[in-house]
Design a protein around this ligand. Structure first.
Ligand code: Q2T
Ligand code: ZN
Length: 755
């Protein structure tokens, strides 16, 4: 070696000290390209931990986004055997892969592995000059000997030269130049790699600690926590998408409740459809059962991958990193990361990150679930105190139980036939509100009988009487949502079941009929005269218990129904079989939840579909939709009666609405128009309510059942009444803030009902 060459090399070496590993590679490559006349030099660092891929940051003098090349297919020989490869030695698949990777034709090539030991030797030896002067045959032999004597000796770097400028092949002189260069520079470069790796690990560790801190501040809401976990996991590994599954051990299923869904303006989480996967199915299912992390480089060629989901969502999954989340009892969840950004797949680092991250997740989820259990127990006890206080304040009740003499008196005074209540009782135009309240329990009893429920379900008369009286007490006394509402809703349900013969014609099952009628009776239990959004804005106990699931009041009505059924002597379902019992509770829950306007609006398109294509009684979804329709029609049935009834209902509902509005104002909030006594114009609000909710319901009902056409006509007539009433009031010029006055003014009635 010439002295001038030695100087150049030493200059290169000393210049490296101030650089990071990328700059070093650029300088070394530049030097190699210069002394060997190669078009491009590439240094490939070898990381022992990373089993599958090689990562290259610099090609020639060009820095690039770290690219991975699969070890299996490229430069494998050097990793296993530490030998020098020329173009002629390259297997053809390796050749192609490298051309792909470099983006150029390869006409000449050499790659030289640099073993770790060469560096240690040169560092400990101290006789650098000697080494440089040694010939390269010697080094060859050296290499060989070392490999034999110490099988642990492996390459730490691979240096490649591509395309010699004069068109010739690379030769041993080029190899010698590489070796000379790396005898001097390998140490600095490898130390730089190690130092940068150290920094990366340290920042990863700090990131993880920060994430853990974040996780533990979201313990009060599992959904928020899961959302947080997903977004952190995605950021830590640079994944495009993340889904999280919780293991349901009882049902042997994985539940994906939370996706990368949206948070709604009111702060609640949009409830996408809950996805359930049998444990053991698919990639997530596999991870849940084995408890092992899987890193899938190519999703479409993996036997466990299920491409149907991609077809449905239009998302293209390239690769997946799926890992278990465990607590001390085993796997409690699975996180699935999709599509590593800026790389072909997830790396060994990502796997490590996932493992560390998952232990924090396990702890956080476990604590969060425990936290929720404790909090729920506290809310429940608070609620039961609240109920106790409420009932103690009622002068008519000093005892939560129904007095036995009331039960006996009800059973003894049963009305045997509905026509004895009123000759018109089973007609759609009969107004149940005309029945005196003291007779109401008896009337409900008779409806149960007329529907054949006592016989069919072997309900003891005393149990039924106790149940009805208990439900009656379960209602509070707000102006509208009280017992009278409950039994008038039940009456309409009776009209439907009785007149349309839904059970006899097998359009619904007997159990569904029972589920409907009982649900109507119970559907507004313990209503406080305020709606769902009021529960949330007033931070009520009910909101604390149910707001994360939506339908706050309806969930409470159902919980109250369960309380009554579980009360000694009140369980009208005590004689039905076990399967029917659980099915019936499911029906009750679904039916009561169906009375949430929000639920109704969600299923409306499907209902329209059924009305258009025809009802199919063998279709479970159709039957469930029909039950929901019966519930809402019954709940809105006041609008199918005469003008007196409509006006009375409006008076009650707006008394209730305005009271809530006043409370909202007192809390510093602005009520909606229909609850603001200063802004509301009742006839117009009623027309809106009829147009948007009521009329569509009865249109669908009458399309499906022409026998119910009278109800459709009736609600349209009611709309006309309100139209006229509105005109009369406008002509009179009602002052704002006094719109309740219309209920004191009988003069409008004549105009309204005149044709
Ligand atoms: C689809 C079944 C809906 C049954 O649930 C409800 C809930 N709240 C009120 C029904 C009603 C209800 N029942 N009768 C009436 C009348 C005569 N006018 N309503 C009304 C409901 C609204 C408006 C006027 C009503 C709906 N708004 C209430 C305030 O908040 C916005 C919605
Ligand atoms: Zn209701």
């Amino acid at each position: 070696m010439e002295v001038s060459d030695v100087t150049v090399l030493l200059d290169l070496c000393s210049s490296l000290s101030a650089m990071d590993s990328t700059q070093m590679q650029i300088s070394i490559n530049k030097y190699l390209e210069c002394v060997t006349e190669a078009e491009t030099a590439v240094i490939v660092p070898i990381e022992r931990k990373e089993r599958e891929s090689l990562f290259v940051q610099v090609i020639g003098t060009r820095k690039q986004d770290t690219t991975a090349i699969p070890k299996e297919r490229v430069l494998k020989e050097q990793l296993d055997e530490c030998k020098i490869l020329y173009l002629a030695d390259l297997p053809s698949n390796s050749h192609k892969e490298l051309q792909n990777f470099l983006g150029t034709q390869i006409k000449s090539f050499v790659s030289v592995p640099i073993p770790a030991n060469s560096r240690k030797k040169s560092l400990t030896n101290g006789e650098h000059c000697n080494h440089i002067h040694e010939n390269d045959d010697m080094s060859h032999a050296d290499n060989f000997r070392e490999k034999r004597s110490k099988p642990s000796e492996q390459a730490e770097l691979i240096v490649c030269l591509v395309n010699k400028k004069n068109g010739e092949q690379f030769n041993e002189t080029d190899v010698k130049k590489i070796k000379e260069c790396f005898r001097v520079c390998a140490g600095v470069l490898i130390n730089a790699f190690a130092y940068e790796e150290e920094l990366r690990l340290r920042s990863q560790f700090q990131k993880l600690l920060l994430v853990a801190k974040n996780l533990f501040t979201h313990l009060d809401d599992v959904t928020v926590l899961l959302r947080q976990i997903m977004s952190e996991a995605r950021m830590l590994t640079q994944a495009e998408r993340c889904s999280l599954f919780l293991v349901d051990r009882k049902n042997k299923e994985l539940i994906a409740k939370v996706f990368d869904g949206n948070i709604l303006p009111d702060g609640t989480v949009e409830q996408g459809p809950e996805v359930r996967i049998p444990l053991g199915h698919g990639i997530a299912g596999h991870v849940a059962t084995t408890g092992e992390l899987v890193n899938i480089k190519d999703a479409y060629h993996h036997p466990l991958f299920y491409s149907k989901v991609d077809q449905d969502t239009g998302f293209k999954t390239r690769n997946i990193l799926c890992f278990p989340i465990c607590d001390d009892t085993g796997v409690i969840g699975v996180a699935e990361l999709c599509n590593k950004e800026h790389a072909t797949h997830f790396s060994k680092h990502d796997e490590e990150m996932a493992v560390a991250f998952s232990s924090y997740c396990g702890l956080a989820i476990m604590h969060s679930l425990m936290y929720k259990k404790v909090a729920d127990a506290q809310y429940r006890s608070k609620l039961s105190n609240e109920l106790m206080m409420y009932h103690m304040k009622r002068p008519d009740l000093n005892n939560l139980e129904v007095p036995e003499d009331e039960v006996v008196s009800l059973v003894d005074n049963v009305i045997p036939d509905i026509t004895r209540i009123h000759q018109n009782f089973a007609s759609f135009n009969f107004s149940p509100r005309t029945i005196p309240v003291p007779d109401s329990a008896k009337v409900v009893f008779t409806m149960f009988k007329a529907l054949g429920m006592l016989q069919r379900w072997r309900i003891p008369e005393e149990t039924l009487a106790r149940f009805i009286l208990m439900v009656k007490r379960g209602y509070r006394d707000p102006p509208y949502h009280n017992w009278t509402h409950a039994y008038s809703v039940s009456h309409f349900c009776f009209l439907i079941l009785y007149n349309l013969q839904l059970m006899q014609k097998k359009l619904i099952s007997d159990l569904e009929g029972l589920g409907l009628f009982v649900a109507c009776l119970c559907h507004d239990l313990d209503h406080r005269g305020t709606n769902n959004s009021f529960q949330i804005s007033s931070n009520s106990v009910l909101a604390a218990l149910y707001s994360s699931e939506g339908s706050v009041m309806e969930r409470h009505h159902f919980a109250q129904s369960m309380c009554i059924l579980n009360t000694e002597g009140c369980n009208i379902l005590e004689n039905i079989n076990k399967q029917e019992y659980t099915d019936c509770l499911d029906l009750l829950r679904d039916n009561i939840l169906a009375t949430d306007v929000a639920h109704h609006l969600r299923i409306m398109p499907d209902l329209v579909g059924v009305a258009e294509t025809g009802y199919d009684r063998t279709n479970d979804r159709h039957r469930s939709l029909l039950c929901s329709l019966v519930m809402t029609a019954s709940d809105l049935s006041d609008q199918t009666k005469d003008w007196i009834n409509s006006k009375q209902t409006a008076k009650l509902i707006y008394t209730e609405f305005f009271t809530q509005g006043d409370l909202e104002k007192a809390m510093g909030n602005r009520p909606v128009e229909s609850m603001d006594r200063e802004r509301a114009f009742i006839p117009q609000l009623q027309i809106q309510f009829l147009d948007q909710i009521v009329i569509p319901v009865f249109r669908i009902l009458s399309t499906m059942f022409p026998e119910a056409e009278a109800t459709n006509k009736a609600v349209n007539r009611t709309k006309k009444y309100w139209d006229k009433a509105g005109k009369v009031l406008k002509a009179k010029g009602i002052p704002p803030g006094n719109c309740m006055d219309m209920f004191q003014d009988p003069s409008i009635d004549d105009v309204v009902i005149s044709d």
